[in-house]
Design a protein around this ligand. Structure first.
Ligand code: BGC
Length: 697
């Protein structure tokens, strides 16, 4: 008997050792182990980042989630962290009684980077984020966020790329390729039609099939076909009456059968939902997962018809993903990312992405020697990024006030610094303690100005520089008032530009914003307007690089800046808590202006340079670009068909007189393919469906 037991044990050990391929490993797993594998390891790693008690010891405190290990079979736990602008983990950690810093580089946010129209740059930033993830022991980065910008009011637009599906898809694919080039998994999110934050857990996006395929699914299809992400995140919302996380049509029929996606689908971070339906729909990994969910799934699937098969399918895909991770390869976290090198990249990437909206009489660039009177609270406290899961805990940020070499107006500067220290509006907006650490701090409210502060500064200045700041984030959409300027901002623009003009001084406005704002009513007050978005930790230095001409601006808008919000049909049907009819169909962004009846304040694709370029269309459709100006610069070329963007490319830095011929690859998605699907899904005028919240298993 004893000998038999030893023999069995021997065979078992041999099997374990040999079970290198996923199917043999799966065959060795018990039902309980498979269930553990497909239900994530809970909220504790995230919450442990914020000193919430009872979270236990975590490998990477502050990481968004983990999968369970199966120690008996050598299957490691996999760590996932946000996010799109850089690694989000707890910045000050304690390991083995020792304190250590775990800051990450805050890169420019998605909408900023996208404005570079430079896929190579996005790949480079993706690779740097991946490199930091590896250094901190993270296997998967929950990026890119790539929902289409349906309305400028979406709170998370700052994480996303564009209102155009081709551009969004191509830029997302570049980010995925970058992250995955260093052996870290990427996660394209949030699949799909998660285009607002209001009612984000249950809002029902009602979209007709042509619009759905040609606008909202197309970027995902491009990214999946062109970059093969390890993971896709199914979104919180509903689509045409069904939760996307429970839609077999979306997750299996479209994503896997039509697009041939082979990776893992994980749910967005939610408390328990109907797990069996999520799995049946095509999710493989329920995140962040909890104990009760595991118990329920065990009961629901054990012995159930087809249950074990479904579980095997999920577990197999999760195992295939785990096998690719650094954790599975036994690669250790060094804890030493290349922060200095990445700070340089963050600065370069930001400067390459800024958009020069307006430049009367060559107001920009100004001389590095220019004495600058600096106005606007965000000049002294930059809005480096957005709030929520896209927030990054960076070690520092550079403000314009730090980066500009010659700021004048001691009184003005002292008042702004005092305002930044005392001001509690920001705290009220972002909440205290845990919430601030989790979400990031809100932007400062604008400081009302006294005339003597303005005159004291302008009396010794060569340039008046005003920054307008806005911040947005996860969990809350922007309100129409956020698009408009506040009274303080209007007064500041009015007073400063008037005083500056009286002295013959030019007024430059820097927009440090997370999305489009109203510009039509005040831009005549500014000689130049530079859009720096939320530019990351090096934003102040990067802005100075462009303001002083060290870098020639080459960014272009990836979304339309309307004169009034109402000019975009989608804004009029935005922000309902329960149901959103995408009744504007494809009249999103620049597509809404194709009839030429209205004009936007700044059009999609707009962006000026300090140089000038000539484009010549060649017989084969390629375009020859010549720098006809006096400064080296880069130029973005766009190909259009019937008013729709069909391709784009960016030149290298061209010296004056230099020429480069550019072509573009067709996207990996056949145009017109969506016609096959017309009539397949529910349409916009269907009656609202009752929302069933919470765990219903
Ligand atoms: C967000 C995701 C994020 C996840 C983990 C969710 O609330 O929607 O984008 O990756 O949290 O932090």
């Amino acid at each position: 008997m004893k000998r038999r037991l030893f023999f069995l044990l021997f065979i078992l050990c041999g099997l374990v050792a040999q079970a290198t391929d996923v199917d043999s490993l799966l065959a060795l797993m018990t039902h309980r182990e498979k269930v553990r594998l497909v239900i994530g390891g809970g909220w504790s790693s995230l919450f442990s980042g914020f000193n919430i008690p009872f979270c236990g010891k975590q490998r990477v405190p502050g990481a968004a989630g983990v999968t369970h290990a199966v120690g008996r079979l050598g299957i490691p736990s996999v760590v996932m962290a946000d996010g799109p602008a850089g690694v989000r983990i707890k910045p000050l950690q304690k390991t083995d009684g020792k304190k250590r810093e775990a800051y990450a580089t805050a890169f420019p946010v998605g909408c900023c980077l996208a404005s570079s129209w430079d896929t190579a740059l996005l790949e480079e930033v993706g690779a740097a984020i991946g490199d930091e993830a590896a250094a901190y022991g993270i296997d998967i980065i929950l990026s890119p966020g790539m929902n289409l910008m349906r309305s400028p009011l979406c709170g998370r637009n700052y994480e996303y790329y564009s209102e155009d599906p081709l551009l969004s898809g191509k830029l997302a694919a570049a980010t995925v390729r970058g992250i995955q080039s260093v052996g870290i998994g990427a996660c394209v999110k949030h699949f799909a039609c998660n285009n607002q934050e209001t009612g984000r857990m249950h809002n029902d996006s009602r979209v007709d099939s042509v619009t759905l395929f040609s606008l909202y699914l197309r970027p995902f299809e491009i990214a999946i076909r062109e970059s093969d992400p390890w993971t896709v995140m199914s979104s919180y919302n509903m689509l045409n009456g069904e939760r996307t996380q429970e839609s077999r049509w979306l997750l299996t029929e479209v994503l896997r059968r039509r697009w041939h996606y082979r990776g893992v689908v994980m749910t967005d971070w939610t408390f328990r939902r109907h797990t069996r339906r999520q799995i049946a729909a095509g999710n493989d990994l329920m995140m962040p997962g909890d104990l009760l969910q595991r118990r329920q799934l065990r009961r629901a699937f054990l012995g159930a018809e087809n249950g074990e098969n479904m579980l095997d399918t999920c577990a197999r895909r999760v195992l295939q993903m785990v096998r690719k991770t650094r954790s599975a390869q036994g690669l250790q976290a060094t804890g030493k990312p290349h922060l200095e090198e990445h700070a340089r990249l963050a600065r370069r990437a930001a400067a390459e992405s800024f958009v020069l909206l307006h430049n009367e009489g060559g107001a920009l660039p100004f001389s590095p020697e220019a004495r600058v009177a600096l106005f606007g609270a965000s000049s002294y406290d930059l809005v480096a990024g957005g709030t929520g899961s896209g927030h990054v805990n960076a070690a520092y940020k550079t403000n314009l006030s730090d980066a500009l070499p010659h700021c004048v107006g001691a009184l003005l500067q002292a008042e702004y610094r005092r305002w930044a220290q005392d001001n509690t509006h920001r705290n009220k907006a972002a909440g205290f303690g845990f919430m601030q650490k989790f979400l990031g701090r809100g932007a400062l409210k604008e400081m009302p100005l006294k005339r003597e502060w303005i005159t004291e500064a302008l009396d010794s200045a060569d340039i008046a520089l005003i920054t307008i700041g806005r911040q947005a984030g996860e969990g809350r959409d922007r309100q129409p008032a956020d698009f408009e300027l506040t009274r303080e901002e209007r007064d500041m623009l009015q007073q400063v530009s008037q005083e500056a003009r009286m002295r013959g001084i030019k007024t430059v406005v820097v927009l440090n914003v997370s999305g489009a704002i109203e510009t039509a009513s005040w831009r005549h007050l500014a000689d130049a307007v530079l859009l720096i978005w939320c530019p990351g930790q090096e934003g102040g230095c990067a802005a100075v690089d462009v303001l002083t001409g060290v870098v020639n601006p080459s960014g272009r808008l990836t979304m339309t800046w309307p004169e009034r919000l109402e000019d975009l049909p989608s804004t009029r049907i935005f922000g309902d808590e329960r149901v959103t009819l995408y009744a504007e169909r494809d009249s999103v962004g620049y597509r809404a202006f194709r009839d030429g009846r209205r004009r936007p304040a700044y059009a999609f694709g707009h962006g000026l340079s300090y140089s000038a370029f000539r484009e010549e269309i060649l017989a084969d459709g390629r375009i020859a670009v010549t720098n006809t100006g006096e400064r080296p610069g880069r130029h973005v070329v766009m190909w259009w068909e019937d008013g729709i963007l069909t391709g784009f490319a960016k030149t290298r830095l061209l010296a004056p007189g230099e020429c480069q011929v550019l072509g573009h690859e067709q996207a990996a998605v056949a145009v017109g393919k969506e016609a096959e699907i017309v009539g397949e899904r529910v349409v916009v005028d269907a009656a609202p469906v009752a929302v069933n919240e919470g765990a219903d298993q």
